[in-house]
Design a protein around this ligand. Sequence first.
Ligand SMILES: NC(=O)c1ccc[n+]([C@@H]2O[C@H](COP(=O)([O-])OP(=O)(O)OC[C@H]3O[C@@H](n4cnc5c(N)ncnc54)[C@H](O)[C@@H]3O)[C@@H](O)[C@H]2O)c1
Length: 315
Amino acid sequence: MRILLTGAAGFIGSHLCEQLLGRGDTVLGLDSFDDFYDPAIKRRNLQEAQTHPQFRLVEGDIRNGELLEQIFAEHRFDCVIHLGARAGVRPSIAQPLLYQDVNLRGTNQLLEAMRKAGCRKLVFASSSSVYGNNSKVPFSEKDPVDHPISPYAATKKAGELMCHSYHHLFGMACACLRFFTVYGPRQRPEMGIAKFVRSIDRGEELVLFGDGSSRRDYTWIEDILQGITKVLDSDFSWDVVNLGESRTTTLIELVGHMEKALGKKARLRHVDMQPGDVLQTFADLEHARRTYGYDPQTTVAKGIPDYVDWYRAHS
Ligand SMILES: NC(=O)c1ccc[n+]([C@@H]2O[C@H](COP(=O)([O-])OP(=O)(O)OC[C@H]3O[C@@H](n4cnc5c(N)ncnc54)[C@H](O)[C@@H]3O)[C@@H](O)[C@H]2O)c1
């Protein structure tokens, strides 16, 4: 398959590049190397992919319509996988207009370029954050998602809606994948697991938001890749799909797994829950399993020690 992959240099994008290249796909990676976190990390992320003859990197912004038109004029793609975005809930509260611009206008630019070029298949990275503080668990794709509690979540929901309008008007096949907190090697340095492991290892104080009882469905990177590729290889028309593990872990339990893997005790300091943070996430995977054969494998009891092994080898 010939694939345009936005956000190729990021945490999930760089792993996906390697997976797609490994199975014979041709990948054009588009990434702006923005400074949300150190761009040098992103350059390292792509080192392996860049040795592959079927990989090409374009450094640029999805909001640049001219650049997109040029890319689509020079290449034909069977599918676009759109991961490029400003990620993260808390920073979106400080910079809502930037998040709106990159995540919604950027997605719209991409959809326009696809429409003009006649490219008709899109996989869009949405997020479990669209479920807000829904109290019914597990979260199903059929549940209402009309009450996002952060600008980031609102931009992801808005991105899904924009995809739907292009599906309706122009027959574009779109699959919006709602990722549930993804972790593993190369995880973004500002994400909880990466920060916590660093703090515990260095003996630094670890600030926990809330009393430690908030729950997350943590998804190992290999499982997310499995989900993305299973959907990519399917013949969808319009779909919204949860990709998680369908197991939840409290913050305190998560810290316990890290302490065990690192052989060190955490120095905890509890502070209030942060605005924008949801109390729980929990994926209902019935649709993903039934329709796409998604079958995630990795519990945090296995994933956290594996992440710590990677962290030790790279710090
Ligand atoms: N990691 C998670 O737990 C998680 C959960 C839910 C959804 N997601 C979504 O998955 C996608 C990938 O997340 P990630 O964790 O790999 O994040 P990441 O920040 O590591 O990767 C995003 C990449 O997009 C690039 N980018 C940002 N703005 C761009 C622009 N305007 N033009 C081109 N490229 C741009 C960045 O440089 C970065 O390399 C994002 O859309 C994110 O919102 C991630």
